[in-house]
Structure formats: C-alpha cells, structure tokens
Design a protein. Structure first.
Length: 78
C-alpha cells in the first residue's frame, strides 16, 4: 500500500465514518459490534483501494456496500 493511500484514509473516514457506523448499527442493533464493523470496513478499504473503479459507482456507494454486507455477515454469525 502506498503512502498516498494511507494519507487518503483519514479524510475518507472523516467523511464517511459516521455513515458506515449508522448503517452497521441499524443492521446489528449493537453499538459495539457496529464499531467493530466500521473499523473492519475501513481496514478492508485500505487494503483493497486499488480495486475501486470510479466507472462502477461512487466511493460512498462502494463503502456502503462493504458496510452492508459486512454487517449482515456479522449479524448471521452472532
């Protein structure tokens, strides 16, 4: 991962962190689990930033897909 990706993660989290967290809380109904999912989503985005394709949608949509699916998998595992 490049330094540029690391530098971009903080503003991305500032902009979308609350949204990812809210989606996770709505699905899980557990703030602690939602915090974990939020952290996992942004860690995954950091690792897979090279997979983002702007022609397929917005960053917001990409993050929300990660959050939604990660929270659903967590809920199924509880």
């Amino acid at each position: 991962m490049t330094a540029a990706n690391g530098d971009a993660l903080a503003p991305l989290f500032c902009r979308y962190g609350r949204l990812v967290y809210r989606v996770s809380v709505e699905i899980l109904h557990d703030t602690g689990e939602a915090e974990d999912v939020t952290q996992e989503v942004f860690l995954e985005v950091y690792r897979k930033a090279h997979l983002y394709d702007a022609s397929r949608g917005t960053v917001r949509g990409w993050l929300l897909q990660y959050a939604y699916h990660r929270a659903l998998r967590r809920k199924a595992a509880l």
